[in-house]
Ligand binder design. Structure first.
Ligand code: MG
Length: 305
């Protein structure tokens, strides 16, 4: 547990953060933590340690346990409107859903008859459509999955139709699409491109894509460029501000991309989510550890379109 270290870049930051709340370490000793998801029923958090291929669970007032010893090098998680967990699995190169009775359903494992690369992060829109990113991080080496050649023509952002199950490539213009989120009105899709991680000429930015009727994706506009590391997973708060994972910690941006400030974290942050009984606690997966801090705002509520 340590004092929060905050850099304010805009006065509006002080309505969002809670400097008196310490940065708590919930778990450490991991290899690479990712994919936090908070379950209000049960007041617990799950996350993945990708290289170890395990899923962990932190339960308030109890502690941490391994929830799944064979989690297929899973990466990003989300919870859909019905309360079911979705996971991006590097090892199986698929997006899967765990039904409420425990059954595992494959949502997407191929596009145009060929394997996906290695799904990285996933969200579910209010209509049940599943959107996910598919960079190659999980097939580049055996460390985070299984080293394999890409079978796709690029790294795309996909949508799975909730009625037909059809997998459609919605965005083909990004190099390494990574974290993603919808605006509160679901009229904008934000996607991080983290390609600078392995390519000096790559990107380290978040692009905003307008969404039209029928989930048509318009032309993207770079909204945020980070200065250190690359943007990875991110979430929105109740006002639509973006809380973005970077090498500095958690960087907070207004909906128009204006930088508001930074919550510094001792390790590179890969992903985060809001949670807690009041939805005012930020859970942060950062390299070898999982941290938590209370905020002055709540995480975004379920969107209405
Ligand atoms: Mg990611």
């Amino acid at each position: 547990m340590s004092q929060q270290r905050i850099t304010a870049l805009d006065e509006r930051l002080w309505q969002l953060v809670l400097p008196s709340s310490p940065l708590e370490t919930l778990s450490t000793g991991h290899l690479w933590t990712e994919g936090p998801a908070y379950f209000p029923t049960g007041d617990f958090l799950i996350w993945s340690d990708i290289p170890r291929g395990r899923m962990y669970q932190w339960i308030a007032d109890l502690g941490v346990r391994v929830l799944d010893h064979a989690a297929n090098n899973c990466n990003g998680h989300t919870i859909d409107p019905a309360g079911r967990l979705l996971a991006c699995e590097h090892l199986t190169r698929s997006v899967v859903r765990f039904e409420l009775d425990g059954r595992r359903t494959v949502i997407a494992d191929a596009f145009e008859g060929r394997h996906l690369n290695s799904p990285n992060d996933v969200i579910v829109a209010s209509d049940g459509g599943v959107w996910f990113t598919d960079p190659t991080y999980g097939i580049m080496t055996d460390y985070e999955g299984k080293r394999s050649p890409s079978e796709q023509d690029g790294c795309f952002v996909y949508r799975v139709d909730p009625a037909t199950g059809q997998v459609e490539a919605k965005i083909r213009s990004m190099l390494k699409p990574n974290g993603l989120a919808l605006s509160l009105d679901e009229r904008t899709l934000y996607v991080a491109d983290s390609s600078a991680s392995h390519d000096a000429a790559g990107h380290r930015h978040v692009v905003a894509f307008p969404l039209g009727d029928g989930w048509q994706v318009g032309e993207g506009k770079v909204l945020i460029t980070v200065e250190e590391g690359v943007p990875d997973g991110f979430r929105l708060d109740e006002y639509g501000n973006l809380w973005v994972s970077t090498a500095r910690g958690v960087e907070i941006f207004a909906p128009d991309g204006c930088p508001l400030g930074i919550i510094h974290v001792p390790e590179t942050v890969a992903n985060l989510c809001f949670g807690g009984p009041k939805n005012n606690r930020l859970f942060i997966t950062a390299s070898t550890s999982v941290y938590a801090v209370y905020t002055a705002v709540r995480g975004a509520e379920r969107p209405a379109r």
